[in-house]
Design a protein around this ligand. Structure first.
Ligand code: ATP
Ligand code: MG
Length: 575
């Protein structure tokens, strides 16, 4: 019986936010268009955690035929810059997402935010408060008992308006006063106890210079931005859940003042929902900590291939599709959890296994001599470019009397079940031939300098003429034509599963001292032409390697190890 292939493909699982959006669409609450947004602050580079949010925000918009806005949440001038803003755009594009014409900056709404704040003042819903931060903390109190109202809480609106205008005009010092919403000092939700809407900060803004000396707080700015853009679904990480009533309060005030967008005859009320952030073992994810590693020179930059940043992963050779597959795999829930770093590495391997060309290279070489071949012999064999992709075909690889093989593939006194090189044993030199080791040459210190033996002349291509079974297969490169190329062997940046887990110790103490080892690989000549544009290659039996986009030159690639072939950490843990 023929089956319709479409009928057998499993539908992706609809997570709770997907269902939430679907319900709104069905109830006609979106005015015919789902609008989401990804709102990074341009104060650092994006990391794999942001990728989860990006895949969700852009993914849900695409799922419902809507749009996802890229909005720079530049309401805090402290560390924002165009360098960060430009890299954010580049990383999102590279991940495969497109905001079309919907690029926005929170700073573009500063006038409107200020207008709304003035209206709240006039309506008696906001006041200028002169309590110091310390005093305010005491007034606000704890969730179990009502707070103490600020002495400025009942200032008449006209006076508040004059003071707020003075604040804007720069008549007060930084921190001298702030604008607070007048909501509920007895609320069990601390964020509802007259939260700050505006604070004074004389730092120049990276786009607006010193136009403003007051800046809106995130909790005030974010719902305004969402509402003005007609965003229907505002998804953020769990820590904002307790801020949601305040988000709704601001949207309610905008509604009262007729500031909500209308679409398809529907007034668009943006709504916020929360999901758990991505945490990854053996790394840190806070921008502040990543910035510290960069500033202190503990990594080579935000794009150091060991960083969990998007640009670091890209430079390491991780394909965008692997990041998307990883994000899809971890799913969207409200459970707080840490994903094992091995899960990301497995996603990278899984993707590269399908696409990476196979090549031959040796990292820790020892000479192998085929004694029954003449000095000037030149043989050829056909090597498979990618066993997972028949269209990738084969290539011709030359070899002669002397080869390089991996030192670890030889043992002088091996146990019984050793299938690789040892005196008297036969192995397959992959693609080339069968080889029996007969003797070894050692230097004065007893170190093996050459492995001697003979090949079965009938085995060109790697198969025995009589069909006998040869269990071990090793890789090699031809000594006469090998090219030596630099490789950077990366490992996890931190040696501890949770570098932030010990409150007594700084996370930097857990940096893995062996997270980068520089080495030279002896490579088949084709590898000299490798470029980052062609993507990562697999060095057979060694791992995936990617020409570093910054340090490689034409004809002279410098390889980053993207991933090993197996999860070496899991094997260590199992031991
Ligand atoms: P940090 O706390 O390190 O400065 P942030 O969350 O403040 O990071 P933003 O630029 O504000 O960084 O983040 C933009 C969006 O990405 C936010 O909506 C935020 O919820 C989301 N995001 C940030 N980190 C993660 C994470 N680890 N997992 C999922 N989403 C995240
Ligand atoms: Mg933030």
């Amino acid at each position: 019986m023929n089956q319709d292939p479409a009928a057998t493909t499993t539908e992706p699982q609809k997570h709770f936010l997907w269902q939430w959006i679907e319900d709104d669409v069905l109830a006609g609450r979106t005015g015919g268009r789902v609008v989401t947004r990804f709102p990074p602050e341009p104060n650092g580079y994006l990391h794999i955690g942001h990728a989860k949010a990006i895949c969700l925000d852009f993914g849900m918009a695409a799922q419902f035929g809507g749009e996802c806005h890229l909005r720079l949440d530049d309401t805090n001038p402290t560390k924002e810059s165009d360098e960060f803003a430009e890299n954010i755009k580049e990383d999102i594009r590279w991940l495969g997402f497109d905001w079309g014409e919907h690029f926005y900056s929170a700073a573009d709404y500063f006038d409107k935010m200020y207008d709304l704040a003035e209206k709240l003042v006039v309506a008696g819903k906001a006041y200028v408060c002169f309590l110091s931060q310390e005093e305010w903390k005491k007034h606000r109190g704890v969730p179990t008992e009502p707070g103490i109202p600020s002495p400025w809480r009942d200032t008449p609106p006209e006076e508040n308006l004059a003071r707020f205008r003075d604040m804007k005009a720069g008549k007060y010092a930084d921190g001298e006063c702030c604008l607070r919403a007048k909501i509920d000092m007895a609320s069990p939700n601390i964020h509802f106890r007259d939260p700050v809407l505006y604070r004074i900060n004389r730092l120049p803004h990276y786009h607006l210079g010193s136009k403003w000396c007051i800046y809106p707080m995130y909790d005030f700015a974010h719902p305004i931005e969402d509402a003005l853009e007609g965003v229907t679904h505002s998804m953020c990480t769990l820590e904002f859940e307790v801020h949601r009533p305040l988000y709704d309060w601001v949207v309610d005030r905008m509604d009262e003042m007729g500031m909500l967008v209308e679409r398809g005859g529907v007034k668009i009320r943006p709504r916020q929902r929360e999901f758990s952030r991505l945490g990854l073992s053996y790394t840190v994810m806070s921008k502040r900590k990543l910035a510290e590693l960069v500033e202190k020179g503990l990594v080579s930059g935000w794009d150091d291939p060991r960083m969990p940043t998007i640009c670091g992963l890209r430079r390491r050779g991780c394909p965008a599709s692997a990041i998307r597959a990883f994000c899809e795999g971890v799913g969207i829930t409200k459970f707080i959890s840490t994903t094992d770093a091995g899960v990301l590495e497995a996603a990278i391997r899984n993707e590269l296994n399908k696409t990476a060309s196979r090549r031959l290279a040796v990292l820790d070489p020892v000479k192998l001599v085929i004694d029954n071949l003449p000095e000037n012999a030149q043989l050829e064999c056909q090597a498979v470019n990618n066993p997972e992709d028949s269209a990738a075909g084969t290539r011709t690889v030359k070899f002669g009397r002397e080869l390089w093989v991996e030192r670890a593939d030889f043992m002088e006194n091996p146990p019984k079940k050793w299938w690789r090189l040892a005196p008297g044993r036969e192995v397959r030199l992959k693609y080339a031939c069968l080889f029996t080791c007969t003797s070894v040459e050692k230097d004065a210190d007893g170190r093996v300098v050459a492995i001697h033996g003979t090949w079965d002349e009938g085995s060109l291509g790697g198969n025995a003429p009589d069909g006998r079974v040869v269990r071990g297969t090793i890789h090699w490169v031809d000594a006469a034509s090998a090219v030596a190329l630099p490789v950077r062997l990366y490992d996890r940046l931190f040696a501890a599963e949770n570098p932030e887990g010990d409150p007594e110790r700084d996370f930097k103490e857990f940096l893995n001292p062996n997270s980068r080892k520089d080495a030279t690989a002896l490579c088949e000549p084709a590898l000299a032409a490798a470029t980052s544009a062609d993507g990562a290659v697999q060095f057979e039996r060694l791992g995936y390697f990617f020409p570093d986009p910054a340090d490689s030159r034409p004809g002279a690639p410098v390889f980053n190890r993207t991933a090993t072939l197996r999860d070496s950490w899991a094997r260590q843990a199992a031991r």
